[in-house]
Design a protein around this ligand. Structure first.
Ligand code: PMV
Length: 338
């Protein structure tokens, strides 16, 4: 085993994943398609701790809470099973995106962890197998393993991985309206939707249709069709989520105002389309030439950042290792690790 560091970027789905066919294996009920970003990265260092009894997680310079540590420990059990070893590890992870605020930090987090942990345990995985491994941490994480625009295939364990597909260049404007951690996790909300929404089966079949159309639109470089599907599918997902019992709403009045402002921009000749994940923040796709002008128009709604297609998860050198929590924040390591 060795100490390794990896970096991964979040992805924002243009055809959304919402609902599982298998909770244990994290197999999606339908395929999805996303853009991996070139900002908001997670960097993760995995340090072998052969004498430790438990895994330890340091997140953003502080010891993580037991729930977060359990979740990564369960994920690391898959890595240990593949490697045929039972060593514990110390994981140091740093997010440049607010954790759990609907900006896909779980995707970048588990993609970085899968990449660093596989290397730390000397596993030599093919890209699709690394994507399958990341999927076990958080479904959408499998789409942050490949570069750029990626399709995550539905199917059985062997078939359910993400891979890059050809697509035209585009920009995404991320409008962060709220950095707070969301009240309901995607995992919980998804479960509730599948269990209680009368629209769920229609959602699953129509998502497969949209995915097929989206892959074709990407292949032919049809930005208008890509955008129309993106916005329509996002609104369908939020309608579906609002139809759960009890209802869940992730979009707030500012999110709706951004959807309206983007529709107005379209009327005035800037072609752009909105989407949003399980939170109030909005992501807008736009042609590269229009990105700065539209970002300026949206800057009154929150923090605005123009991002583009980013690289898949990759290993870094030892120089980029995440520093220990007690080096960042001397109070963090003291006593709390006992
Ligand atoms: O991978 P999870 O469990 O964080 O779920 C992600 C769900 C959405 O972000 C709302 C949609 C998607 O396809 O990324």
């Amino acid at each position: 085993m060795r100490t390794t560091t990896a970096r991964a970027y979040p992805n924002i789905a243009l055809v959304k994943y919402w609902g599982k066919a298998d909770e244990e294996l994290i197999l999606p009920a339908a395929g999805s398609l996303s853009l991996t970003l070139n900002h908001f990265e997670t960097t993760t260092t995995v340090v072998p701790a052969p004498d430790a009894e438990t895994d330890v997680l340091e997140l953003d310079g502080a010891l993580a809470d037991p729930g977060q540590t359990d979740r990564i420990s369960t994920f690391l059990d898959h890595v240990r099973a593949l490697a045929g070893r039972d060593d514990r590890v110390l994981v140091r992870s740093r997010n440049s995106v607010p954790t759990g605020a609907g900006l896909a930090s779980s995707a970048s987090g588990f993609a970085a962890l899968a990449t660093a942990a596989a290397a730390a345990f000397d596993l030599d995985l093919a890209p699709r197998d690394l994507s399958r491994l990341a999927r076990r941490g958080s479904g959408s994480a499998c789409r942050s393993i490949p570069d750029g625009i990626a399709v995550w295939h539905a199917g059985d364990d062997a078939a359910s991985f993400a891979e890059t597909v050809p697509a035209p260049d585009m920009r995404m404007i991320i409008v962060t309206v709220n950095r707070a951690r969301k009240a309901v996790s995607s995992r919980e909300a998804m479960r509730l939707t599948a269990a209680t929404s009368p629209f769920y089966s229609g959602w699953v079949t129509s998502t497969e249709d949209y995915l097929e159309q989206m892959v074709a639109a990407c292949a032919s470089g049809d930005f208008t069709r890509i955008g129309e599907i993106t916005e329509s599918h996002a609104l369908r997902m939020h309608g579906l989520i609002q139809s759960t019992v009890p209802p869940i709403r992730f979009l707030n009045p500012t999110s709706h105002a951004i959807f309206d402002a983007v529709a107005e921009a379209r009327e005035s000749g800037i072609e752009a389309y909105s989407t949003a994940d399980a939170g109030p923040n909005v992501a807008v796709i736009v042609r590269p030439a229009d990105a700065e002008a539209l970002a300026e128009k949206l800057s009154g709604f929150g923090d605005v950042r123009v991002v583009g297609p980013g690289p898949g998860a990759h290993l870094l050198t030892a120089d980029d290792a995440v520093p220990p929590a007690d080096a960042v924040n001397p109070a963090a390591g003291e006593g709390s690790r006992a």
